[in-house]
Design a protein around this ligand. Sequence first.
Ligand SMILES: [Ca+2]
Length: 449
Amino acid sequence: MNKLTQTILLGSLTLGAISPITTQASKNKKPNFVIIYTDDLGYGDLSCYGNPTIRTPHLDQMASEGIKFTQFYVAAPVCTPSRAALMTGSYPKRVGLHEHVLFPRSKKGLNPKEQTIATLLKEQGYTTGCVGKWHLGHQKKFLPVSHGFDMFFGMPFSNDMSRKEQYLLGSKKDYGYSLPVISQADTLELDPDQSYLTKRLTEKSVEFIHQNKKEPFFLYFAQPMPHIPIYASDDFQGKSKRGKYGDTIEEIDWSVGQILQALKDAKVAENTLVLFSSDNGPWKVYKTEGGSAGPLRGAKGTTWEGGMREPFIAWWPGTIKPQQLCTEVVTNMDILPTFCKLANAQLPKEKIDGQDISDLFFNPRKTLEERPFYYYTKQGKISAVRKGAWKLILQKEGAELYNIEEDISEDYNLAKKHPEKVKQLKTMLEKFDQQMDKEKRQAGLVETK
Ligand SMILES: [Ca+2]
């Protein structure tokens, strides 16, 4: 045996001994994946993240049976870019969808050339379903069915992008459109009764799980709530202590319970990784009809922590140990490479920004190598960077520096005390964005609406 062969053999023996992935692989059974991605739900909206009045027993149980992450970031403080980051594993600017959200008159969408979680998993034999709000382009060439999803049932953009809903909100804004409900690429109806959206979308998701339980599947359940206008069904209206917003969250919690129960009923729970999060922070301008960011400063649309740090719960009975807490800095861009690793799928051919964090599922106390996280504004401008405990945020008046670990609420600006740190982080941020300018790819475009 030559030295190279010895090294390879030893290497694989060591890996085999420590990696639960090998156990999955040896069973030759690819795990199913479910992502439940809510809309505008804040860091402080769930009981298990400290909310004192909203009751979320199913999410609390999911967290107690799995891992609760405390430092999970989304790559943008608004819908479209956050979703682009989730689907592609990249900063929104890299895929050209960093400049605010798409509207019903937008001609842009996620470029069909981009490889998404769905396209990559589909190559591995997965059946893929998207239920709920897409918001990465409403024209046919941008819809989920053009991005690797076998099934789509839901809305192409936000639930307020409708003449009727704007009228009900008392606004004079007119998008000139009604909110469509789409099946695959066909419009089924316009302006659905939103009180029943959570129920209807949950039923579709449960149906998808049962229909595909024999094969590996990926379900992306993009909950359109609690984005304004918020709605809950009769069963939940007036039931929470936190008004209409609490009712809406409690119904989302019910929905999560239904999904987990469906996985148990289909006898696939032990082969399914379920992730729960939100696309961005709470829309506080709507006061009590918006959510809470808990101890975090800021809200949706800002690059303060409250705009971009979200609850993140991972559940995989039998593989993820119960009652785990993970305080590592992770992002929604890490989900794509993590799924690729767990499914033995190829990474995208083009450069991405996320990294595989599957080790944290098996050992939540593991320390990852420190890496920077960059915050872009809702208009797609570079705004802040976090590295380790430090966050530098650019303000009109100058750069501010916070020690996020000691000062979670970003109350105490330490820029004057640590000028070297400010300089170092500012250079890092500028270099990163300049590089991004060189590397960014184009969004998809259509000639007509
Ligand atoms: Ca959102």
